[in-house]
Design a protein around this ligand. Structure first.
Ligand code: G4P
Length: 528
Protein backbone atom coordinates (compact mmCIF):
# COMPACT_ATOMS: atom_id res chain seq x y z
CA UNK A 1 0.00 0.00 0.00
CA UNK A 2 1.36 3.38 -1.01
CA UNK A 3 2.22 5.72 1.89
CA UNK A 4 0.89 3.09 4.32
CA UNK A 5 2.88 4.33 7.30
CA UNK A 6 1.87 7.94 6.77
CA UNK A 7 -1.81 7.06 6.42
CA UNK A 8 -1.90 4.71 9.41
CA UNK A 9 -0.30 7.38 11.58
CA UNK A 10 -2.99 9.98 10.98
CA UNK A 11 -6.27 10.76 12.73
CA UNK A 12 -8.23 13.76 11.52
CA UNK A 13 -11.14 14.88 13.67
CA UNK A 14 -13.13 17.80 15.06
CA UNK A 15 -14.49 18.63 18.48
CA UNK A 16 -18.06 19.88 18.21
CA UNK A 17 -20.66 21.13 20.66
CA UNK A 18 -23.48 23.49 21.31
CA UNK A 19 -21.90 26.84 22.31
CA UNK A 20 -20.74 26.87 25.93
CA UNK A 21 -20.74 23.11 26.43
CA UNK A 22 -16.95 23.25 26.74
CA UNK A 23 -15.47 22.67 23.30
CA UNK A 24 -12.80 25.36 23.66
CA UNK A 25 -11.85 24.20 27.13
CA UNK A 26 -11.58 20.59 26.03
CA UNK A 27 -9.51 21.56 22.97
CA UNK A 28 -7.15 23.47 25.21
CA UNK A 29 -6.78 20.57 27.64
CA UNK A 30 -6.06 18.26 24.73
CA UNK A 31 -3.30 20.55 23.53
CA UNK A 32 -1.86 21.03 27.02
CA UNK A 33 -1.98 17.32 27.59
CA UNK A 34 -0.07 16.39 24.49
CA UNK A 35 2.36 19.25 25.04
CA UNK A 36 1.33 21.20 21.92
CA UNK A 37 0.82 24.32 24.03
CA UNK A 38 2.39 25.27 27.32
CA UNK A 39 -0.05 27.73 28.85
CA UNK A 40 -3.74 27.67 29.57
CA UNK A 41 -5.70 30.38 27.80
CA UNK A 42 -3.89 30.00 24.50
CA UNK A 43 -6.93 28.66 22.68
CA UNK A 44 -9.40 31.08 24.19
CA UNK A 45 -8.59 33.77 21.66
CA UNK A 46 -10.11 31.52 19.06
CA UNK A 47 -13.52 31.74 20.55
CA UNK A 48 -16.03 34.16 19.17
CA UNK A 49 -17.38 35.77 22.26
CA UNK A 50 -21.05 35.67 22.97
CA UNK A 51 -23.33 38.69 22.56
CA UNK A 52 -20.88 40.36 20.23
CA UNK A 53 -23.39 40.79 17.41
CA UNK A 54 -23.00 44.55 17.30
CA UNK A 55 -19.27 44.35 17.02
CA UNK A 56 -18.67 42.03 14.13
CA UNK A 57 -15.28 43.55 13.28
CA UNK A 58 -14.16 42.16 16.57
CA UNK A 59 -15.63 38.85 15.47
CA UNK A 60 -13.82 39.04 12.15
CA UNK A 61 -10.64 39.85 14.01
CA UNK A 62 -11.19 36.83 16.17
CA UNK A 63 -11.97 34.77 13.11
CA UNK A 64 -8.69 36.06 11.67
CA UNK A 65 -6.85 34.81 14.70
CA UNK A 66 -8.67 31.57 14.29
CA UNK A 67 -6.97 30.94 10.94
CA UNK A 68 -3.90 29.99 12.92
CA UNK A 69 -5.88 27.55 14.99
CA UNK A 70 -8.19 26.33 12.23
CA UNK A 71 -6.17 23.16 12.15
CA UNK A 72 -4.03 22.01 14.99
CA UNK A 73 -1.67 19.17 14.25
CA UNK A 74 0.22 17.41 16.98
CA UNK A 75 1.78 14.07 17.76
CA UNK A 76 0.70 11.90 20.63
CA UNK A 77 2.16 8.47 21.29
CA UNK A 78 3.34 8.20 17.70
CA UNK A 79 -0.03 9.22 16.21
CA UNK A 80 -0.30 12.38 14.14
CA UNK A 81 -3.52 14.07 15.15
CA UNK A 82 -5.11 16.74 12.97
CA UNK A 83 -7.70 18.56 15.05
CA UNK A 84 -9.92 20.79 12.93
CA UNK A 85 -11.44 23.70 14.78
CA UNK A 86 -15.07 24.66 14.30
CA UNK A 87 -16.50 28.08 15.14
CA UNK A 88 -18.61 28.04 18.28
CA UNK A 89 -20.93 30.86 17.24
CA UNK A 90 -24.23 29.57 15.91
CA UNK A 91 -24.29 32.10 13.08
CA UNK A 92 -21.27 30.33 11.65
CA UNK A 93 -22.83 26.89 11.87
CA UNK A 94 -22.43 26.34 8.12
CA UNK A 95 -18.67 26.62 8.55
CA UNK A 96 -18.89 23.86 11.10
CA UNK A 97 -21.01 21.63 8.87
CA UNK A 98 -18.48 21.98 6.08
CA UNK A 99 -15.57 21.23 8.36
CA UNK A 100 -17.34 17.99 9.24
CA UNK A 101 -16.94 16.92 5.61
CA UNK A 102 -13.17 17.07 6.05
CA UNK A 103 -12.81 14.90 9.17
CA UNK A 104 -12.89 11.15 9.70
CA UNK A 105 -14.42 11.29 13.17
CA UNK A 106 -15.68 13.71 15.81
CA UNK A 107 -15.79 14.20 19.55
CA UNK A 108 -19.14 15.61 20.59
CA UNK A 109 -19.17 17.57 23.86
CA UNK A 110 -22.41 17.65 25.84
CA UNK A 111 -23.01 19.76 28.92
CA UNK A 112 -24.24 17.42 31.67
CA UNK A 113 -26.46 20.18 33.06
CA UNK A 114 -28.13 21.19 29.81
CA UNK A 115 -28.13 17.85 28.03
CA UNK A 116 -28.88 17.83 24.32
CA UNK A 117 -29.23 21.35 22.92
CA UNK A 118 -30.26 22.83 19.58
CA UNK A 119 -26.81 22.81 17.97
CA UNK A 120 -26.03 19.36 19.35
CA UNK A 121 -29.02 18.03 17.46
CA UNK A 122 -28.08 19.67 14.17
CA UNK A 123 -24.42 18.70 14.36
CA UNK A 124 -25.35 15.13 15.07
CA UNK A 125 -27.71 15.17 12.09
CA UNK A 126 -24.75 15.98 9.87
CA UNK A 127 -22.66 13.22 11.47
CA UNK A 128 -25.46 10.72 10.98
CA UNK A 129 -25.86 11.71 7.36
CA UNK A 130 -22.19 11.02 6.76
CA UNK A 131 -21.97 8.02 9.13
CA UNK A 132 -19.15 9.80 10.95
CA UNK A 133 -17.88 7.90 14.00
CA UNK A 134 -18.68 9.88 17.16
CA UNK A 135 -17.20 9.80 20.65
CA UNK A 136 -19.32 11.63 23.24
CA UNK A 137 -17.77 13.57 26.11
CA UNK A 138 -20.23 14.47 28.84
CA UNK A 139 -18.72 17.55 30.40
CA UNK A 140 -19.13 19.60 33.56
CA UNK A 141 -19.61 16.63 35.88
CA UNK A 142 -18.41 18.96 38.65
CA UNK A 143 -21.79 20.66 38.38
CA UNK A 144 -25.12 19.30 39.52
CA UNK A 145 -26.26 17.74 36.30
CA UNK A 146 -29.06 15.49 35.17
CA UNK A 147 -29.30 11.94 36.43
CA UNK A 148 -26.70 9.90 34.49
CA UNK A 149 -29.18 7.30 33.26
CA UNK A 150 -31.74 9.92 32.23
CA UNK A 151 -29.05 11.86 30.44
CA UNK A 152 -27.87 8.85 28.45
CA UNK A 153 -31.45 8.03 27.53
CA UNK A 154 -32.05 11.61 26.43
CA UNK A 155 -28.92 11.60 24.28
CA UNK A 156 -29.77 8.27 22.67
CA UNK A 157 -33.30 9.35 21.92
CA UNK A 158 -32.60 12.87 20.77
CA UNK A 159 -29.49 12.11 18.77
CA UNK A 160 -30.71 8.78 17.47
CA UNK A 161 -27.50 6.96 18.29
CA UNK A 162 -26.75 4.03 20.54
CA UNK A 163 -24.38 4.94 23.39
CA UNK A 164 -21.70 2.82 24.96
CA UNK A 165 -20.40 4.13 28.32
CA UNK A 166 -16.62 3.76 28.58
CA UNK A 167 -16.37 5.43 31.97
CA UNK A 168 -19.01 5.76 34.63
CA UNK A 169 -19.42 8.77 36.96
CA UNK A 170 -19.58 8.61 40.71
CA UNK A 171 -22.09 11.35 41.59
CA UNK A 172 -21.97 14.84 40.18
CA UNK A 173 -21.68 18.44 41.38
CA UNK A 174 -19.93 18.95 44.67
CA UNK A 175 -20.24 15.23 45.41
CA UNK A 176 -18.50 14.24 42.20
CA UNK A 177 -15.81 11.74 43.16
CA UNK A 178 -14.53 10.62 39.80
CA UNK A 179 -15.16 7.97 37.20
CA UNK A 180 -14.84 4.24 37.01
CA UNK A 181 -13.08 3.21 33.83
CA UNK A 182 -15.24 0.32 32.63
CA UNK A 183 -12.72 -0.78 30.08
CA UNK A 184 -9.54 -0.74 32.16
CA UNK A 185 -11.38 -1.60 35.39
CA UNK A 186 -9.85 1.23 37.33
CA UNK A 187 -11.09 4.03 39.48
CA UNK A 188 -10.01 7.53 38.54
CA UNK A 189 -10.47 9.86 41.46
CA UNK A 190 -11.50 13.45 40.88
CA UNK A 191 -9.33 16.26 42.13
CA UNK A 192 -10.42 19.72 41.12
CA UNK A 193 -8.20 21.85 38.94
CA UNK A 194 -5.18 19.61 38.86
CA UNK A 195 -3.61 17.70 36.09
CA UNK A 196 -4.68 14.12 36.55
CA UNK A 197 -1.69 11.97 37.34
CA UNK A 198 -1.31 8.25 37.79
CA UNK A 199 -1.64 8.61 41.55
CA UNK A 200 -5.27 9.52 41.00
CA UNK A 201 -5.91 6.23 39.29
CA UNK A 202 -6.64 3.24 41.47
CA UNK A 203 -6.50 -0.04 39.65
CA UNK A 204 -9.30 -2.34 40.70
CA UNK A 205 -9.43 -5.77 39.12
CA UNK A 206 -12.58 -6.76 40.87
CA UNK A 207 -15.37 -4.28 41.49
CA UNK A 208 -16.03 -6.07 44.81
CA UNK A 209 -12.58 -5.16 46.07
CA UNK A 210 -12.99 -3.44 49.47
CA UNK A 211 -10.52 -0.80 48.28
CA UNK A 212 -13.47 0.73 46.48
CA UNK A 213 -15.27 1.22 49.81
CA UNK A 214 -12.14 2.81 51.28
CA UNK A 215 -11.85 5.25 48.43
CA UNK A 216 -15.49 6.12 47.86
CA UNK A 217 -17.27 5.32 51.09
CA UNK A 218 -19.64 2.39 51.43
CA UNK A 219 -22.71 4.11 50.02
CA UNK A 220 -21.12 5.38 46.83
CA UNK A 221 -19.19 2.16 46.36
CA UNK A 222 -22.41 0.17 46.59
CA UNK A 223 -24.14 2.47 44.16
CA UNK A 224 -21.24 2.22 41.73
CA UNK A 225 -21.29 -1.59 41.91
CA UNK A 226 -24.98 -1.57 41.13
CA UNK A 227 -24.52 0.85 38.23
CA UNK A 228 -21.58 -1.03 36.78
CA UNK A 229 -23.42 -4.33 36.91
CA UNK A 230 -26.35 -2.78 35.11
CA UNK A 231 -24.25 -0.99 32.51
CA UNK A 232 -21.99 -3.97 31.85
CA UNK A 233 -25.04 -6.21 31.57
CA UNK A 234 -26.62 -3.98 28.96
CA UNK A 235 -23.56 -2.99 26.95
CA UNK A 236 -20.77 -5.53 27.35
CA UNK A 237 -17.59 -4.69 25.49
CA UNK A 238 -17.42 -2.00 22.86
CA UNK A 239 -17.54 -3.39 19.34
CA UNK A 240 -15.13 -1.05 17.58
CA UNK A 241 -16.73 -1.81 14.20
CA UNK A 242 -20.06 -0.49 15.46
CA UNK A 243 -18.32 2.73 16.44
CA UNK A 244 -16.51 2.96 13.11
CA UNK A 245 -19.73 2.53 11.17
CA UNK A 246 -21.42 5.33 13.14
CA UNK A 247 -23.87 2.99 14.88
CA UNK A 248 -22.57 3.24 18.43
CA UNK A 249 -20.94 6.16 20.21
CA UNK A 250 -18.53 5.49 23.11
CA UNK A 251 -19.24 7.87 26.01
CA UNK A 252 -16.85 9.42 28.52
CA UNK A 253 -17.77 11.47 31.56
CA UNK A 254 -15.51 14.24 32.79
CA UNK A 255 -14.84 17.85 33.52
CA UNK A 256 -12.79 19.63 30.91
CA UNK A 257 -12.02 22.63 33.05
CA UNK A 258 -10.56 20.38 35.71
CA UNK A 259 -8.72 18.36 33.10
CA UNK A 260 -10.60 15.36 34.29
CA UNK A 261 -11.57 12.42 32.10
CA UNK A 262 -9.68 13.88 29.16
CA UNK A 263 -6.76 11.47 29.20
CA UNK A 264 -8.98 8.38 29.26
CA UNK A 265 -10.78 9.71 26.21
CA UNK A 266 -7.65 10.71 24.34
CA UNK A 267 -6.04 7.31 24.96
CA UNK A 268 -9.11 5.52 23.69
CA UNK A 269 -9.38 7.94 20.79
CA UNK A 270 -5.94 7.10 19.43
CA UNK A 271 -6.70 3.40 19.73
CA UNK A 272 -10.09 3.34 18.02
CA UNK A 273 -10.49 6.50 15.90
CA UNK A 274 -10.46 5.81 12.17
CA UNK A 275 -7.42 6.44 9.99
CA UNK A 276 -8.11 8.55 6.85
CA UNK A 277 -11.06 6.96 5.07
CA UNK A 278 -12.17 6.34 1.50
CA UNK A 279 -14.51 8.96 0.05
CA UNK A 280 -17.22 9.01 -2.59
CA UNK A 281 -16.77 11.11 -5.68
CA UNK A 282 -18.93 11.82 -8.67
CA UNK A 283 -17.15 8.99 -10.52
CA UNK A 284 -15.92 6.35 -8.05
CA UNK A 285 -14.71 5.80 -4.54
CA UNK A 286 -11.28 7.25 -3.82
CA UNK A 287 -9.16 5.59 -1.14
CA UNK A 288 -6.23 7.22 0.65
CA UNK A 289 -3.70 4.67 -0.59
CA UNK A 290 -4.14 5.62 -4.23
CA UNK A 291 -0.89 6.84 -5.68
CA UNK A 292 -2.25 10.07 -7.14
CA UNK A 293 -3.22 13.11 -5.18
CA UNK A 294 -6.81 14.12 -4.68
CA UNK A 295 -8.35 16.52 -2.21
CA UNK A 296 -11.06 19.12 -1.82
CA UNK A 297 -11.51 22.62 -0.46
CA UNK A 298 -13.78 22.69 2.57
CA UNK A 299 -13.11 26.14 3.93
CA UNK A 300 -11.94 29.48 2.61
CA UNK A 301 -10.76 32.24 4.86
CA UNK A 302 -10.54 35.81 3.65
CA UNK A 303 -7.59 38.01 4.42
CA UNK A 304 -8.73 40.73 6.75
CA UNK A 305 -6.53 43.33 5.13
CA UNK A 306 -8.66 44.90 2.37
CA UNK A 307 -5.51 45.80 0.42
CA UNK A 308 -4.78 42.14 -0.02
CA UNK A 309 -7.63 40.29 -1.64
CA UNK A 310 -5.92 36.93 -1.19
CA UNK A 311 -7.50 34.24 0.87
CA UNK A 312 -6.50 30.95 2.39
CA UNK A 313 -8.23 27.90 1.00
CA UNK A 314 -8.11 24.77 3.16
CA UNK A 315 -7.47 21.57 1.26
CA UNK A 316 -8.21 18.20 2.81
CA UNK A 317 -5.87 15.67 1.24
CA UNK A 318 -7.85 12.49 0.44
CA UNK A 319 -5.37 10.37 -1.49
CA UNK A 320 -1.80 10.35 -2.74
CA UNK A 321 0.76 12.90 -1.80
CA UNK A 322 0.56 16.68 -1.95
CA UNK A 323 3.83 18.33 -2.97
CA UNK A 324 4.95 21.93 -2.96
CA UNK A 325 5.48 23.42 -6.44
CA UNK A 326 4.00 20.41 -8.21
CA UNK A 327 1.23 21.04 -10.76
CA UNK A 328 -2.20 19.71 -9.81
CA UNK A 329 -5.43 19.72 -11.77
CA UNK A 330 -8.15 22.15 -10.65
CA UNK A 331 -11.15 20.19 -11.88
CA UNK A 332 -13.81 22.93 -12.00
CA UNK A 333 -11.58 25.41 -13.81
CA UNK A 334 -9.96 22.68 -15.91
CA UNK A 335 -6.56 24.19 -15.34
CA UNK A 336 -3.29 23.19 -13.74
CA UNK A 337 -2.21 25.03 -10.63
CA UNK A 338 0.76 24.82 -8.30
CA UNK A 339 1.50 26.23 -4.90
CA UNK A 340 4.81 27.64 -3.82
CA UNK A 341 3.87 28.36 -0.21
CA UNK A 342 1.50 25.71 1.06
CA UNK A 343 0.99 25.83 4.79
CA UNK A 344 0.82 23.20 7.42
CA UNK A 345 -0.38 23.79 10.92
CA UNK A 346 1.90 21.68 13.05
CA UNK A 347 2.00 22.83 16.68
CA UNK A 348 -0.13 25.88 15.89
CA UNK A 349 2.54 27.68 13.92
CA UNK A 350 1.94 28.07 10.26
CA UNK A 351 4.85 26.56 8.38
CA UNK A 352 5.56 26.15 4.71
CA UNK A 353 5.50 22.44 3.92
CA UNK A 354 7.06 20.31 1.22
CA UNK A 355 4.55 17.46 1.27
CA UNK A 356 1.34 16.31 2.88
CA UNK A 357 -0.53 13.00 3.08
CA UNK A 358 -4.13 11.80 3.29
CA UNK A 359 -5.82 13.17 6.38
CA UNK A 360 -3.70 16.32 6.34
CA UNK A 361 -5.05 19.79 5.78
CA UNK A 362 -3.01 22.19 3.69
CA UNK A 363 -3.54 25.96 3.64
CA UNK A 364 -3.28 27.32 0.09
CA UNK A 365 -2.96 30.98 -0.84
CA UNK A 366 -5.75 31.81 -3.20
CA UNK A 367 -6.46 34.88 -5.28
CA UNK A 368 -10.02 33.89 -6.12
CA UNK A 369 -9.56 30.57 -7.91
CA UNK A 370 -11.26 28.43 -5.33
CA UNK A 371 -14.72 27.92 -4.06
CA UNK A 372 -15.99 25.52 -1.44
CA UNK A 373 -16.13 21.98 -2.78
CA UNK A 374 -13.44 22.46 -5.44
CA UNK A 375 -11.37 19.38 -6.16
CA UNK A 376 -7.66 19.01 -6.96
CA UNK A 377 -6.40 15.87 -8.71
CA UNK A 378 -3.49 14.75 -10.85
CA UNK A 379 -5.56 14.96 -14.02
CA UNK A 380 -8.68 12.90 -13.42
CA UNK A 381 -12.05 14.68 -13.54
CA UNK A 382 -14.30 14.11 -10.54
CA UNK A 383 -15.81 15.91 -7.58
CA UNK A 384 -16.01 14.74 -4.01
CA UNK A 385 -19.66 14.38 -3.10
CA UNK A 386 -21.26 14.84 0.28
CA UNK A 387 -20.33 18.48 0.75
CA UNK A 388 -23.81 19.86 1.14
CA UNK A 389 -25.32 23.31 1.45
CA UNK A 390 -27.96 23.48 4.13
CA UNK A 391 -31.08 25.54 3.92
CA UNK A 392 -30.51 29.06 5.20
CA UNK A 393 -32.96 30.44 7.71
CA UNK A 394 -32.92 34.17 7.06
CA UNK A 395 -33.46 35.61 3.59
CA UNK A 396 -32.86 39.16 2.44
CA UNK A 397 -33.03 40.86 -0.90
CA UNK A 398 -29.91 42.81 -1.85
CA UNK A 399 -30.66 46.44 -2.70
CA UNK A 400 -27.88 48.18 -4.59
CA UNK A 401 -27.45 51.71 -3.22
CA UNK A 402 -24.96 52.77 -5.86
CA UNK A 403 -25.89 51.74 -9.45
CA UNK A 404 -22.43 52.87 -10.64
CA UNK A 405 -20.96 49.98 -8.70
CA UNK A 406 -23.19 47.20 -10.03
CA UNK A 407 -20.27 45.24 -11.47
CA UNK A 408 -18.29 45.42 -8.25
CA UNK A 409 -21.36 44.37 -6.30
CA UNK A 410 -21.90 41.32 -8.47
CA UNK A 411 -18.27 40.32 -8.21
CA UNK A 412 -18.29 40.84 -4.46
CA UNK A 413 -21.44 38.78 -4.00
CA UNK A 414 -20.02 35.96 -6.07
CA UNK A 415 -16.69 35.90 -4.26
CA UNK A 416 -18.15 36.16 -0.77
CA UNK A 417 -20.62 33.39 -1.47
CA UNK A 418 -17.80 31.27 -2.98
CA UNK A 419 -16.13 31.59 0.41
CA UNK A 420 -19.27 30.17 1.94
CA UNK A 421 -20.15 33.30 3.95
CA UNK A 422 -23.74 32.99 2.73
CA UNK A 423 -25.78 31.49 -0.08
CA UNK A 424 -26.83 33.48 -3.09
CA UNK A 425 -30.09 32.94 -4.91
CA UNK A 426 -31.48 34.70 -7.95
CA UNK A 427 -35.21 35.17 -8.38
CA UNK A 428 -36.44 32.79 -11.06
CA UNK A 429 -36.90 34.58 -14.38
CA UNK A 430 -35.75 37.84 -12.81
CA UNK A 431 -32.77 39.66 -11.41
CA UNK A 432 -33.54 39.99 -7.76
CA UNK A 433 -30.56 38.79 -5.73
CA UNK A 434 -31.44 37.05 -2.50
CA UNK A 435 -28.95 36.23 0.22
CA UNK A 436 -29.68 33.41 2.58
CA UNK A 437 -27.80 32.94 5.87
CA UNK A 438 -28.14 31.00 9.06
CA UNK A 439 -27.52 34.05 11.25
CA UNK A 440 -28.04 37.83 11.24
CA UNK A 441 -24.35 38.30 11.83
CA UNK A 442 -23.45 37.30 8.28
CA UNK A 443 -25.51 40.14 6.83
CA UNK A 444 -23.42 42.61 8.81
CA UNK A 445 -20.27 40.89 7.64
CA UNK A 446 -21.42 40.93 3.99
CA UNK A 447 -22.48 44.58 4.06
CA UNK A 448 -19.18 45.63 5.62
CA UNK A 449 -17.01 43.54 3.33
CA UNK A 450 -18.87 44.57 0.17
CA UNK A 451 -18.24 48.19 1.06
CA UNK A 452 -14.62 47.86 2.17
CA UNK A 453 -13.36 45.27 -0.27
CA UNK A 454 -15.51 45.99 -3.35
CA UNK A 455 -16.68 49.61 -2.80
CA UNK A 456 -20.25 48.40 -3.22
CA UNK A 457 -22.87 49.82 -0.95
CA UNK A 458 -25.93 47.73 -0.19
CA UNK A 459 -29.00 47.61 1.95
CA UNK A 460 -31.05 44.56 2.76
CA UNK A 461 -34.76 44.05 2.54
CA UNK A 462 -35.94 41.20 4.74
CA UNK A 463 -38.01 38.62 2.89
CA UNK A 464 -40.74 36.55 4.52
CA UNK A 465 -39.18 33.16 3.86
CA UNK A 466 -38.15 30.62 6.41
CA UNK A 467 -36.58 27.87 4.37
CA UNK A 468 -35.13 27.10 0.97
CA UNK A 469 -35.77 23.65 -0.43
CA UNK A 470 -34.02 22.36 -3.51
CA UNK A 471 -36.65 20.90 -5.80
CA UNK A 472 -36.37 18.09 -8.30
CA UNK A 473 -38.82 15.85 -10.11
CA UNK A 474 -38.78 12.89 -12.42
CA UNK A 475 -41.60 14.51 -14.30
CA UNK A 476 -40.34 17.66 -16.06
CA UNK A 477 -43.88 18.74 -16.93
CA UNK A 478 -44.96 18.66 -13.30
CA UNK A 479 -41.87 20.64 -12.32
CA UNK A 480 -42.59 23.25 -15.00
CA UNK A 481 -46.16 23.58 -13.82
CA UNK A 482 -45.07 23.99 -10.23
CA UNK A 483 -42.56 26.67 -11.18
CA UNK A 484 -45.14 28.57 -13.20
CA UNK A 485 -47.71 28.35 -10.48
CA UNK A 486 -45.36 29.32 -7.66
CA UNK A 487 -42.98 31.58 -9.54
CA UNK A 488 -42.88 34.21 -6.76
CA UNK A 489 -41.35 31.56 -4.50
CA UNK A 490 -38.90 30.07 -6.95
CA UNK A 491 -35.25 31.01 -7.25
CA UNK A 492 -32.04 29.49 -8.57
CA UNK A 493 -28.95 28.86 -6.50
CA UNK A 494 -25.51 29.77 -7.78
CA UNK A 495 -25.19 26.57 -9.74
CA UNK A 496 -28.56 27.05 -11.41
CA UNK A 497 -30.38 24.50 -9.23
CA UNK A 498 -34.00 25.31 -8.52
CA UNK A 499 -35.13 26.15 -5.01
CA UNK A 500 -38.53 26.72 -3.53
CA UNK A 501 -38.61 29.45 -0.88
CA UNK A 502 -41.24 28.60 1.70
CA UNK A 503 -42.92 31.28 3.80
CA UNK A 504 -43.65 28.92 6.66
CA UNK A 505 -43.75 25.31 7.64
CA UNK A 506 -47.44 25.27 6.88
CA UNK A 507 -46.87 26.44 3.29
CA UNK A 508 -44.07 23.96 2.85
CA UNK A 509 -46.15 21.04 4.10
CA UNK A 510 -49.09 22.09 1.98
CA UNK A 511 -46.97 22.25 -1.16
CA UNK A 512 -45.37 18.91 -0.37
CA UNK A 513 -48.79 17.33 0.07
CA UNK A 514 -50.24 18.94 -3.03
CA UNK A 515 -47.27 18.05 -5.21
CA UNK A 516 -46.33 14.43 -4.63
CA UNK A 517 -44.33 14.37 -7.86
CA UNK A 518 -41.97 17.08 -6.67
CA UNK A 519 -39.16 16.24 -4.27
CA UNK A 520 -38.21 18.83 -1.67
CA UNK A 521 -34.62 18.56 -0.39
CA UNK A 522 -33.34 20.36 2.69
CA UNK A 523 -29.71 20.12 1.71
CA UNK A 524 -28.02 20.40 -1.62
CA UNK A 525 -24.81 18.88 -2.75
CA UNK A 526 -22.61 21.75 -3.85
CA UNK A 527 -21.48 19.52 -6.67
CA UNK A 528 -23.64 16.73 -7.90
P1 G4P B 1 -17.52 26.38 24.04
O1 G4P B 1 -16.18 26.47 23.41
O2 G4P B 1 -18.19 25.07 23.82
O3 G4P B 1 -18.43 27.52 23.73
O4 G4P B 1 -17.35 26.43 25.64
P2 G4P B 1 -16.12 26.87 26.54
O5 G4P B 1 -15.04 25.87 26.52
O6 G4P B 1 -15.76 28.28 26.29
O7 G4P B 1 -16.81 26.74 27.95
C1 G4P B 1 -17.99 27.47 28.28
C2 G4P B 1 -17.98 27.79 29.76
O8 G4P B 1 -18.05 26.56 30.49
C3 G4P B 1 -16.73 28.49 30.21
O9 G4P B 1 -17.09 29.36 31.28
C4 G4P B 1 -15.88 27.35 30.77
O10 G4P B 1 -14.96 27.79 31.73
C5 G4P B 1 -16.96 26.48 31.38
N1 G4P B 1 -16.56 25.07 31.51
C6 G4P B 1 -15.93 24.29 30.60
N2 G4P B 1 -15.73 23.05 31.10
C7 G4P B 1 -16.26 23.04 32.33
C8 G4P B 1 -16.36 22.04 33.36
O11 G4P B 1 -15.91 20.91 33.23
N3 G4P B 1 -16.98 22.42 34.50
C9 G4P B 1 -17.49 23.68 34.70
N4 G4P B 1 -18.08 23.93 35.86
N5 G4P B 1 -17.38 24.64 33.76
C10 G4P B 1 -16.79 24.32 32.59
P3 G4P B 1 -17.32 30.90 31.07
O12 G4P B 1 -17.57 31.47 32.40
O13 G4P B 1 -18.36 31.12 30.03
O14 G4P B 1 -16.00 31.37 30.40
P4 G4P B 1 -14.62 31.69 31.13
O15 G4P B 1 -14.85 32.98 31.79
O16 G4P B 1 -14.36 30.57 32.07
O17 G4P B 1 -13.68 31.75 29.99
Amino acid sequence: MKYENEINKRRTFAIISHPDAGKTTLTEKFLLFVGAIQTAGAVKSNKIKKFATSDFMEIERQRGISVATSVMSFEYKGILINLLDTPGHKDFAEDTYRTLTAVDSVILVIDSVNGVEEQTRRLMEVCRMRLTPVIVFINKMDRDGKNRFDLLEEIEKELKIELHPMTWPINSGKDFKGVYDLHNKSLVLFTANTKATDEDTVKIDDINNPLLDDKLGEKDAALLREDVELVDGVHGRLQVDDYLSGKVAPVFFGSAINNFGVREMLDTFIQIAPIPQCRETSVREICPDEEKLSGFIFKIHANLDPKHRDRIAFLRVCSGKFERNKYFHHVRLDKDVRFSNPYTFLARDKDVIEEAYPGDVVGLFDTGNFKIGDTLTEGEDFYFTGIPSFSPEIFKEVLNKDPMKTKQLEKGLLQLTDEGVAQLFTQFGGNKKIIGCVGELQFEVIQYRLLHEYSASVQFNTLPFYKACWITSNDPKKLDEFIRFKHANIAEDKDGHLVYLAQSEWYLNTERNNNPDIEFHFTSEIHK
